[in-house]
Design a protein around this ligand. Structure first.
Ligand SMILES: *Cc1c(COP(=O)(O)O)cnc(C)c1O
Length: 430
């Protein structure tokens, strides 16, 4: 049988790129089959090398909240491009993007731009350790904060607390000060902080978990973290790389009304260009070089094209009604998916927070990494393939989010729900 152009492109890529991809989940290992290679994006859709068109809910893993090639973004980036791609010197756009962010998230009194979410979290951790003079950090099992060595830990067996490296190449010494707690488990984190709190520099959390599938915080979880950090003199770090400007204009901290000491951002603030940021209380951020002793730098940080792209994206999002529309689209999709699953007797738990969604193929409630991992991933793989065949591009893993954007019109959502109905029907028949 003749190979598709995507298949040939993947073969060629594998000859020169490790695994054929530049980030592992793109390889489709979790769902079987081979990745489709994207030729271009247009509004809510991506078009592959073979000319197939898909309604896109990956959205570059979150950044493309306006959809692909939004006219305002194309215009802003084109204009910036003609003025030069990088200077390694300050430009006014950086201040404009920072001001937009501070306006949306008042906890961010000062910030620093970096080039990725990973860079943002590793810088925030370094700063929190320097500011508190403590070494230990606490993370939650199932939360992802980029591929920072100290955060690549999995829960130890038995009683959790000290994590083990989750990747070869991460020395145990580098994770020796990383403690692991369970998401949404208030008694668990209370016990951990009672024992270790006085040595804990920071508690870092995804305020809506989006990297074990989407798991919203239960009422009381985020306020408990705020209280425990205050009692212990530890910093509360919200990793809003995914949720910032996604679950609301004010991020998860605005949505849930809990103020962190430090926040990390990425994804939407770059609008599809490589941007990250970390920021927070002024007295903490004043410890960063050149005002303070904590070293952190970047050749391309605050890059003019990236800033132009991010600024144009935030300008469009700041229009009245943008987040109400996103919330309504998210809700409509979630309700439609729930109805379709129950119509066909497929056990599922559909979670939605703003324009972040996830349908877990799980029998029982999902509230943390353990209950999420009870999902039927083989079933998700078949669902994913069914959707792909019907022109809907979902994340190629059960444990990733589905992102709705402003470019998804009512008819796109309706078409998605028709595809979901047919795909779920297929599953129930199998
Ligand atoms: C995507 C993500 C990161 C990592 O960002 P990169 O830009 O991929 O390095 C960190 N934290 C969270 C919550 C994320 O979703």
């Amino acid at each position: 049988m003749a190979l598709t152009r995507s298949q040939r492109a993947f073969e060629a890529a594998r000859g020169v790129i490790a695994g054929g991809v530049n980030s592992p989940v793109r390889a489709f290992k979790a769902v079987g089959g081979q990745p489709v290679f994207i030729a271009r994006g247009q509004g809510p859709c991506v078009i592959d090398l073979d000319g197939n068109r898909y309604i896109d809910y990956v959205a570059s893993w979150g950044p493309l909240i306006l959809g692909h090639a939004h006219p305002a973004v194309v215009e802003a980036v084109s204009r910036a491009l003609r003025d030069g791609t990088s200077f390694g010197a300050p430009t006014e756009r950086e201040t404009h993007v920072a001001a937009r962010i501070r306006e949306a998230m008042p906890s961010i009194e000062r910030l620093r731009f970096v080039n990725s979410g990973t860079e943002a979290t590793l810088s925030a951790i370094r700063l929190a350790r320097a500011f508190t003079g403590r070494d230990r950090i606490v993370k939650f099992a199932g939360c992802y904060h980029g591929h920072v060595d100290a955060l690549l830990v999995q829960a130890g067996s038995g009683a959790m607390t000290f994590g083990r490296p989750s990747s070869p190449g991460v020395p145990a010494s580098v994770t020796a000060d990383t403690l692991v707690a369970r998401y949404n488990d208030v008694p668990g984190i209370e016990a951990l902080m009672a024992e270790h709190g006085r040595r804990v520099a920071a508690v870092i959390v995804e305020p809506v978990a989006g990297n074990m599938g989407v798991v919203p915080p239960e009422a009381g979880f985020l306020p408990a973290l705020r209280r425990l950090c205050d009692e212990a003199g530890s910093l509360l770090v919200f990793d809003e790389v995914m949720t910032g400007f996604r679950v609301g204009w004010g991020g998860a901290q605005g949505r849930y009304g809990v103020r962190p000491d430090l926040t990390t951002l990425g994804k939407v603030i770059g609008g599809g260009m490589p941007v990250g940021a970390y920021g927070g209380r002024r007295e903490i951020m004043e410890q960063v070089s050149p005002d303070g002793p904590v070293y952190q730098a970047g050749t391309l940080s605050g890059n003019p094209l990236a800033m132009a792209c991010g600024l144009a994206t935030l300008e469009v999002l700041s229009a009245p009604g943008a987040y109400e529309r996103l919330e309504a689209s998210g809700r409509r999709l979630a309700e439609g998916l729930r109805e379709a699953a129950s119509r066909h007797g497929v056990a599922s738990q559909v979670h939605q927070a703003g324009s972040m969604l996830c349908a877990f193929f799980a029998e029982g409630p999902v509230r943390d990494d353990v209950t999420a991992s009870a999902s039927d991933t083989a079933r998700y793989g078949r669902y994913f393939q069914g959707m792909l065949r019907r022109g809907v591009y979902l994340a190629p893993s059960q444990f990733e989010a589905m992102f709705v954007g402003t470019a998804h019109e009512d008819e796109d959502i309706a078409a998605t729900l028709v595809a979901a109905d047919e795909s779920l029907k297929e599953l129930s028949a199998a």
